[in-house]
Design a binder for this molecule. Structure first.
Ligand code: NI
Length: 183
């Protein structure tokens, strides 16, 4: 399927950079968000952060079944509790791990009209917010695993994304560029 963007996958350095604040909420940003929704729904996924399409800006789009939403310059104000959930990522396609994170978060930010947003989220939505915010800080879900699990996980990732020859297919159908190096 042709989507506006190819989602960047593990090994792409853009996924390891800290994104900068959005300074202008304008039509250009709205258009980019629309294209990110199209890309996300095609996967399908429930969240997509700007760095995953190569844009180093602090915002993400999401839809947990209640319609499309955009959160710009998000900040987690408070985290409570602990919750284990099997997490995946469109940038590490086909692999899932049980990850422990806070169960509830209070997140603030802005919407596409520039309005201040404040959301108290629990379980899945709270998980999504933490996962997408990590992307804005160059953090991938693998970094949230304990040392032993991470070692195993890196083996799977290496097999899927690193030890590929140029032209071989990645799990999401993209062609490997070959010679990817571990961060
Ligand atoms: Ni992700």
């Amino acid at each position: 399927m042709v989507t506006p963007y190819q989602i960047r996958v593990f090994g792409d350095p853009v996924l390891r950079k800290v994104a900068t604040e959005v300074t202008e909420i304008d039509g250009k940003l709205a258009k980019l968000a629309d294209e990110m929704f199209e890309t996300m729904y095609a996967e399908p996924g429930i969240g997509l952060a700007a760095p995953q399409v190569g844009v180093q800006r602090r915002f993400f789009v999401y839809d947990v079944g209640e319609g499309p939403e955009v959160l710009i310059n998000p900040v987690i104000e408070e985290s409570v509790g602990e919750w284990t959930y099997e997490e995946g990522c469109l940038s590490v396609p086909g692999l899932f791990w049980e990850i422990v994170r806070p169960k509830e978060v209070h997140i603030t930010g802005r919407d596409l009209d520039g309005n201040e947003i404040s959301i108290e989220a629990d379980e899945l939505l709270a998980r999504l917010f933490q996962h997408e915010l990590d992307h804005l800080d160059g953090i991938l879900l693998l970094d949230r695993l304990d040392t032993v699990t991470r070692k195993e996980a890196m083996k799977s990732v290496r097999e899927r994304f690193i030890d590929l020859q140029p032209g071989e297919s990645l799990p999401n159908g993209q062609k490997a560029s070959g010679g990817l190096t571990l961060p």
